[in-house]
Write a protein that binds this ligand. Structure first.
Ligand code: DQA
Length: 147
């Protein structure tokens, strides 16, 4: 049983990147947190971070038959990418959208998520804890209800 943790551009810089907005935890901390929660519930996690939109699309397209759910922070592509929206619409695998910061509290262009309508849910503004919640929700609520 596998889950995909997918993080978009600049999230490899977490820890050093705008810590007042994104906190001081790192991508590794996210991976460890998601892994811990998932493993306790019998799931393995594959973690992919990419700065390239096409790589993210390839991961989503490849998810069918491989993963039971996806935790996805598309970072800046959230606000720009119809291609990511279409990729999510093309698969049956449930996707939970996560943002570390509260995107509704920031620049107006961050308020809109182009992928939100294709996701089962969205978690914003809860930092590292949002990833933990997304993992629990996928495994305890979303995946079982689909089977
Ligand atoms: C982000 C919010 C986006 O607006 C921003 O471009 C990011 C990170 C978040 O997790 O808060 O890179 O997705």
């Amino acid at each position: 049983k596998q889950i995909l943790l997918l993080n978009g551009p600049n999230l490899n810089l977490l820890g050093a990147r705008e810590p007042d907005i994104y906190g001081t935890f790192t991508l590794e901390d996210i991976e460890r947190t998601v892994n811990e929660v998932a493993q306790k519930k019998g799931y393995n996690v594959t973690s992919v971070q990419s700065n390239h939109e096409g790589n993210l699309i390839d991961e989503i397209q490849g998810a069918t038959g491989k993963y039971e759910g996806i935790i996805f922070n598309p970072a800046a592509y959230t606000h720009t990418s119809v291609a990511l929206l279409d990729a999510i619409l093309a698969i049956e695998v449930p996707v939970i959208e996560v943002h570390i910061s509260n995107i509704h509290q920031r620049d107006s262009f961050r308020r809109q998520s182009l992928i939100a309508s294709a996701c089962v849910g969205q978690i914003v503004g809860l930092g590292l804890y949002g990833y933990k919640l997304a993992t629990e929700a996928l495994i305890e609520e979303i995946i079982p209800k689909r089977q």
